[in-house]
Ligand binder design. Structure first.
Ligand SMILES: [Zn+2]
Length: 403
C-alpha cells in the first residue's frame, strides 16, 4: 500500500512437470494459500517466460567449476549470509574433514540437490503447506463456528472439492489433514462424556467432511486400487476411535431405547427375521451371491423397502430431522424411477405383509412410539405401488398408516 514502506521479498518457486512443487517467500505470511508475491512471480513467469532465466540444477553448475572457482563460490556464499550460514558451514566442514562422519559414507560428490527436482518416477504434486492446513483447521475448530470460522472451514472444503475436480492428488491429502484435526477436536470427547448431541452447525461440517467429500474420494473411478486400500485402512482407523461421531451425529439415540419402551405386541421381534438392526448391517459381508432369479436391482429395492419401513427414533435437532426427511425423499425418488415387474411386485407384497405383521421394529406395525419417524410418505408410496397389483393389501397399508 502507498502508506507502508516498500517491502522487498525474496521469492522462490520450484516446479516440476507443470506443477508448482515448492514455494518460499521471505514476507512471512502464513496461510494455506500462496502469498501475493508467489502469485505475482508465478504470473510473471507464465506471461514472460523468456524474461526468467532457466538455471541448471546447482549440482551441474558446481560440476563445471574449477577448484579456485569453487573456493570463491563458497566464500562469497558464506559472506553474503554469514550470520545464518556460518554455523551450518562450520558443522559441514568438520564433518567433511572427519573420516567417519555420516556424509563421508556417500562416496565421491554425492550430495542432496534441492534444485534438481524429483526423478521421473517420483510422484509430483502441487505444493501444499501441511502444517498450515493443520494449524488453520485447529484454529477454526477452536472458535466453535463463531467469528466466521464455520465459513472458513467451508472455504477449505470447497478448496478440496476444487482439487478433486482437477484430479489433484492434494485433494485427498488435504482432506486427510482436515479430518485428523476434526478427530482431535476436544469437544468430541466432551459431548460423548456428557451424552449431548453436537450442534447443528458442527454436524453440517461433519456431513460435508464424511458424507460428501470422503465419498467423492473413495468412489473416484480414476483412483488406483492400492490408494483405495490405504484409504479404507485410514477410514477404519478413524472409525475405531471411540469418540468418532456416528453418521447421525450422536451416540444418544440407539434403537434399544425404543424397543424397551414398547410393549411386545402379538408378534414379537423374533418374527421379523428379515429386519436387521444397524449393528447387524455393519457386520454383514459386503459380497453376497445372488440367489435364483435375483438381481442386484431387486436386492436394492428390497433393501430400500426394509430400511424405509423400519421404526426408528426421530433424531434431536432440526438439522438432523430435516436430514432424515431429505434422505427419505431422495430414496423414494430413486425408487419411483424403477418400473415394477412381477418379481418386484412379489418383493413389495412380501415386505408389506412383513411390515403389517412385524413387531416393534416395523414402522407400520401395530404399535408405534410417538417419537418415531413418520411413515406417511413411505406409506403413500407403498399404497400407490401396490394398488394396481393387490388393492386389498394396498388399502390395509393405507389404513394402518392413517390410524
Ligand atoms: Zn510473500
Amino acid at each position: 500500500t502507498p502508506s507502508s514502506p516498500e517491502l522487498v521479498c525474496s521469492v522462490s518457486v520450484s516446479f516440476d512437470r507443470c506443477k508448482i512443487t515448492a514455494v518460499t517467500c521471505t514476507c512471512g505470511n502464513k496461510d494455506i494459500f500462496y502469498c501475493a508475491h508467489v502469485v505475482a512471480l508465478s504470473l510473471y513467469r507464465v506471461r514472460k517466460p523468456e524474461q526468467v532465466k532457466l538455471h541448471l540444477p546447482i549440482s551441474e553448475t558446481l560440476f563445471q567449476m574449477s577448484r579456485d572457482q569453487l573456493q570463491k563460490f563458497v566464500q562469497y556464499l558464506i559472506s553474503v549470509h554469514h550470520t545464518e550460514v556460518l554455523p551450518t558451514a562450520q558443522k559441514l566442514a568438520d564433518e567433511i574433514l572427519s573420516q567417519n562422519s555420516e556424509i563421508n559414507q556417500v562416496h565421491g560428490t554425492g550430495a542432496p540437490d534441492p534444485t534438481a527436482g524429483a526423478s521421473v518416477d517420483d510422484e509430483n504434486c502441487w505444493h501444499l503447506d501441511e502444517e498450515q492446513v493443520q494449524e488453520q483447521v485447529k484454529l477454526f475448530l477452536s472458535q466453535g463456528g463463531y467469528h466466521g470460522s464455520g465459513k472458513q472451514l467451508n472455504l477449505l472444503f470447497s478448496k478440496v472439492r476444487e482439487m478433486l475436480k482437477m484430479r489433484d492428488s492434494n485433494g485427498a491429502r488435504m482432506l486427510t489433514l482436515i479430518t485428523e484435526q476434526f478427530m482431535a477436536d476436544p469437544r468430541l470427547a466432551l459431548w460423548r462424556q456428557q451424552g449431548t448431541t453436537m450442534t447443528d452447525k458442527y454436524r453440517q461440517l461433519w456431513d460435508e467432511l464424511g458424507g460428501a467429500l470422503w465419498m467423492c474420494i473413495v468412489l473416484n473411478p480414476h483412483c488406483k486400487p492400492e490408494q483405495k486400500l490405504s484409504w479404507l485402512r485410514q477410514l477404519r482407523r478413524w472409525n475405531s476411535v471411540d469418540v468418532c461421531p456416528w453418521e447421525d451425529g450422536n451416540h444418544v439415540n440407539e434403537l434399544p431405547n425404543l424397543t424397551h419402551s414398547l410393549p411386545q405386541g402379538a408378534h414379537g421381534n423374533q418374527d421379523c427375521s428379515s429386519v436387521v438392526s444397524r449393528a447387524d448391517l455393519q457386520r454383514m459381508p459386503v459380497q453376497r451371491l445372488l440367489g435364483d432369479g435375483e438381481s442386484y436391482m431387486a436386492l436394492a429395492v428390497e433393501t430400500a423397502l426394509i430400511g424405509l419401513g423400519q421404526q426408528r427414533v426421530m433424531p434431536d435437532g432440526l438439522y438432523a430431522q430435516e436430514k432424515v426427511c431429505r434422505n427419505e425423499e431422495q430414496l423414494l425418488a430413486k425408487l419411483q424411477e424403477v418400473e415394477l415387474d412381477d418379481s418386484l411386485v412379489k418383493i413389495f407384497r412380501k415386505q408389506a405383509v412383513f411390515l403389517l405383521e412385524a413387531g416393534p421394529y416395523s414402522g407400520l406395525g401395530e404399535i408405534v412410539h410417538r417419537e418415531s419417524v413418520p411413515m406417511h410418505t413411505f406409506a403413500r408410496y407403498l399404497f400407490t405401488s401396490l394398488l394396481p397389483h393387490d388393492a386389498e393389501l394396498a388399502y390395509k397399508i393405507a389404513l394402518r398408516a392413517m390410524r
